[in-house]
Design a protein around this ligand. Structure first.
Ligand code: FES
Length: 87
């Protein structure tokens, strides 16, 4: 697993294996708008302030993925131990 910090509230959540970032955030009352839940539509796009995403979507371009400053939280995960998101 890894840790996600929701910077606007300062809340930190652990994302377990087999759990999505969206699910983990919902557990502490942070709702992210979602639609496809498969990394296709772009609805759940969040800005990344710190950390390295493990991109699992097909929405961002390769360049956007390499920039590591956006993530689709319905399906993508983290390569770093911690991700700080602008949510
Ligand atoms: Fe569609 Fe995340 S909900 S990309």
């Amino acid at each position: 697993g890894f840790e996600v910090v929701a910077s606007r509230s300062g809340k930190t959540v652990q994302v377990a294996e087999g759990q999505t970032i969206v699910d983990a955030l919902a557990g502490v009352g942070i709702k992210v708008e979602i639609s496809c839940e498969q990394g296709v539509c772009g609805t759940c796009l969040c800005d990344v302030l710190e950390g390295e995403p493990d991109h699992r979507d097909v929405y961002l371009t390769d360049d956007e993925k390499a920039a590591n400053d956006q993530i689709l939280v319905c399906c993508s995960r983290a390569k770093s131990k911690k991700l700080v998101l602008d949510i």
